[in-house]
Design a protein around this ligand. Sequence first.
Ligand SMILES: *Cc1c(COP(=O)(O)O)cnc(C)c1O
Length: 366
Amino acid sequence: MNNHVTVLEISADALQHNLDYFKQKLDSKTKILAVVKAFGYGSESVEIAKLLQDKVDYFAVAYANEGIVLREAGVKTPILVLHPQIQNLKEIVKHRLEPNLYNFKILDAFLQLADEAPLMNYPVHIKFNTGLNRLGFWHTDVPVLLTQLKQSNNIKVASVFSHLAASEDANEQEFTVAQINNFAYIVKQIYEHLGYEPMIHILNTSGIVNYPQAQFDMVRLGIGLYGFGNNEQETSQLKNTHTLKSIISQINIVQPGETVGYNRAFTANKETRSATIPIGHADGISRKLGNENGFVIINNQAAPIIGNVCMDMIMVDVTKIDCKEGDDVILFNHQQHIEFMAHKCETIPYEILTAISQRVKRLVNN
Ligand SMILES: *Cc1c(COP(=O)(O)O)cnc(C)c1O
């Protein structure tokens, strides 16, 4: 049992709201794939998947293990594994997960396994690289790829997809439109020669916001589900899903000239009340937030983090806050606070959310 008083609360209501928000933005026939990789962006993948399973068409995870966890919890929805390895293919089939086949090496390995099993029309997904230069076949691979796909009835291409490199960036519109057009051209060749028409998808959250004309058959909704749109205006329409909370373990009165924490990084210049909170960098609170770069909320007031962030604790200045040991502490409960933290840590909200370590107890509020 996890009795750690530091908890990450996940709001089911906010998730539902965010899904509905994107649903009403999309064409009614566009399918939705909910991305639940990395523990549902740091939340809790099994409970999130169970909440969403009747409301979305597909799930995606990054690695095979993440999909296996969902299957073992009884999730029946199709699950796309975005980044499988050859070593995982047997397990993928065993758990009826659907692999992304992104190059000839993994395609050949899967075709061999599918032939030996043998599998019939096993759903697979083919990814094309159209400019991210990360995973995927190149457009020049299309003829050979088509020959291989047509030769096998062990597999069936459930979808053909690609991923945008800069869908969030208005300055990269020309590049992004070219990616979409190149993808559409690849799809056209596949539709002409494959003999059937797999589903097509390219948009992530910011793609949905900025390039709704490229919805094709399905969209892959990740960060938007968890409360972040592509800009302030979109984010303000979404609800915060992740609330990180703790309590005050101890309050100390520090005299002028005394210091707080490791390396004596904070020196009191006046009598200071400091509160110690049981959360640290091992829980996902970056050391960059120390030394008054970050703050927590106690009784509706901001308390700056003083000194260095420890592995298991932070100390905050509560000189001006009416509070006592045992009181609640909010590390964040709003997208703006998460964005502020991301800014201070020179990162993006994705990393703040996924950094909350598994030591922190998860609680899904229904
Ligand atoms: C993570 C991921 C997504 C989701 O992106 P968001 O920006 O979170 O919506 C979509 N597609 C692929 C291939 C991904 O890896």
